[in-house]
Design a protein around this ligand. Structure first.
Ligand SMILES: Nc1ncnc2c1ncn2[C@@H]1O[C@H](COP(=O)(O)OP(=O)(O)OP(=O)(O)O)[C@@H](O)[C@H]1O
Length: 548
């Protein structure tokens, strides 16, 4: 039956739509059923045909509407001459005017003479439409140019309007649109794993270290941002700084807020420039305990806010200043010296390292300026007073330290200076002058540590390089524990995190990364290096005060 019905329908359609009789009830339609051979059809067939026709006709009608896109609203023509070449883009807003007023006031701008929207009343038709905003410049009302009229001449135009009122508007330049705030994300975010995101499709994923442009911070909880690099420039939702801080605060262990031994926190100064494996070796239980307390206490002082985003600005490097400071930080024994050694060997003309200062006696096999700069106690203390050390400390009655001079020396040779400092001392060089690139060397999971370090030994006494020992299970645990704390406290300063599992892989990654850094025309540097006062962006959204 259906092919026949289809055939009949086609026939009807060709002949044009059927017209119901004025008394349109079911029995009154004629439907030209004469074209069917009534004699050969049962009553049921007629009824089926009738229904199919009825719905079929509707279906064909809908098809035509969709095919011709006749459902789209038609915008009025933009009158010629109203908009000059190169002028701001206009928008045409059509509102349905009821008896209710539009809920907006207009005024003449004193400086430009333009007619602008002075106020949009909350809850009024204009406000509810979301299409008219304060500061919008009115060009036309219902096709009549208004830009040379007085406000009182425009009101009658509106009063006369019934039904649709069409406005031609130059949208106001909104402060919020002006927001051009770049941040580096300090955490990984995946909307698919976030049950709280209002709309997963409207959000964007990012990784720690990604540079994001914040487009709007109107919503306190969900900002809008887009990736600066990459093909997808679509803005999407990201957790706001406040939201992320709240989330981290909820996850943070209570001990973080309660230092165990606050009084010990400043008493430990770890010498710089020493082989850290030696530091690992000299750890006594007391030292370990104190080190733990130091982590929490300094953490509380420095990281009241959990790291969320850090404001950055683009910095164009000129070829003259390609060689900068590369700071390697990480827990003792993680492999910083190993990576530094491999970099120096791979390209001795490109990389150099700062030579530590010490007050201890030079040994026969040591060379001044190669192993250490050997100086007197008086000279060392003078340099301490003159703030010439990035980091210094004492061991067995001798001073050891890394001086700013030794960094300047390497940089003056046109080399990339590889510096290894305790993260607490990073602040000393975290300035525009040095523009450090900070690499955090992180241990892998404990299983991989056991596997990769099963034959590794480290020097455990600075005074005696022959004193070596193997890693213990406790060393691994301390390394992981310390890495977590360092990352939580100083992670906002890290440009790159390298996991040192397989040393060849870690070295390859570090080398390639430093190569990319040298070749990059633009670098994203912390805004705090350049602007001590709040930036325009900070003012406009009232955020990012201090570090975030
Ligand atoms: N990925 C790795 N796989 C195996 N052994 C490693 C790896 N990285 C480093 N080592 C070895 O671990 C030992 C300690 O490394 P290294 O001295 O570089 O650590 P460090 O971070 O400089 O330590 P410290 O800060 O305490 O001086 C060395 O014997 C080194 O060769």
């Amino acid at each position: 039956v259906s092919p026949q019905i289809h055939e009949r329908l086609r026939h009807f359609v060709k002949r044009g739509p059927l017209t119901p009789l004025p008394n349109s009830n079911l029995h009154a339609y004629t439907f030209e059923i004469d074209c069917l051979d009534v004699a050969r059809q049962t009553i049921i067939f007629h009824l089926a045909l009738w229904f199919c026709y009825f719905f079929g006709q509707s279906l064909l009608y809908v098809h035509d509407v969709v095919a011709q896109r006749a459902y789209e609203p038609t915008l009025p023509q933009v009158p010629e001459g109203i908009i000059d070449e190169g002028e701001d883009s206009v928008k045409i807003v059509s509102l349905v005017k009821t008896k209710e007023p539009l809920g907006a006031t207009i005024k003449r701008d004193q400086s430009t003479g333009a007619i602008v929207v002075a106020r949009v009343m909350r809850g009024g038709a204009a406000h509810k439409s979301g299409l008219i905003h304060e500061g919008d410049e009115l060009k036309e009302v219902n096709g009549v140019a208004v830009d040379r009229r007085k406000p009182k001449e425009i009101l009658p135009l509106l009063a006369r309007s019934r039904g649709d009122v069409t406005f031609t508007i130059v949208p106001a330049f909104s402060e919020q649109e002006e927001l051009s705030l770049f941040v580096r994300a300090l955490f990984d975010y995946s909307p698919s794993e976030d049950p709280a995101v209002p709309c997963k499709d409207a959000a964007i994923a990012f990784k720690r270290g990604d540079i994001l442009q914040i487009v709007t911070t109107e919503d306190d909880t969900w900002w809008q941002a887009c990736h600066v690099s990459g093909s997808n420039a679509r803005a999407g939702l990201i957790p706001s700084q406040q939201l992320q801080e709240r989330r981290v605060a909820l996850q943070r262990p209570q001990t973080f807020l309660k230092p165990l031994f606050p009084s010990l926190s400043l008493s430990l100064t770890i010498p710089a420039g020493l082989r850290k494996s030696f530091r690992l070796g000299k750890k006594s239980n007391w030292v370990k305990e104190a080190a733990r307390s130091k982590r929490w206490s300094s953490g509380v002082q420095e990281s009241i806010c959990p790291p969320t985003y850090i404001e950055v600005i683009p910095y164009r490097q000129d070829s003259e200043e390609r060689h900068r400071l590369v700071v390697l930080v990480g827990p003792s024994g993680v492999g910083i010296n190993e990576l530094k050694r491999r970099l120096l060997l791979s390209d001795p003309d490109l990389y150099g390292t700062s030579i530590p200062y010490t007050t201890r006696e030079k040994r026969s096999q040591e060379t001044e300026g190669m192993d250490y700069h050997f100086v007197s106690v008086h000279k060392f203390e003078e340099d301490i007073l003159n703030r010439r050390f990035i980091d210094y400390g004492t061991y067995r009655g001798h001073y050891y330290g890394t001086s700013l001079n030794s960094v300047y020396r390497v940089m003056a040779e046109g080399k990339v200076c590889l510096l290894d400092v305790h993260p607490c001392k990073l602040k000393r060089v975290y300035t525009l002058e040095f523009k450090p690139y900070v690499v955090f060397v992180k241990p892998p999971r404990i299983e991989e540590l056991r596997l990769t370090r099963r034959r590794a030994k480290f020097i455990c006494d600075e005074e005696d390089p022959n004193q070596v020992r193997m890693f213990s299970e406790e060393d691994f645990e301390d390394m992981i524990d310390s890495a977590e704390t360092t990352e939580a406290q100083h992670g906002h300063m890290f440009d790159k995190v390298i996991v040192n599992g397989d040393v060849a892989v870690a070295f390859g990654e570090l080398k390639a990364d430093l190569q990319r850094l040298r070749e990059a025309a633009v670098r994203w540097i912390p805004a705090e290096w350049l602007c001590s006062s709040p930036t325009k962006a900070r003012r406009s959204c009232g955020l990012l005060a201090g570090w975030i």
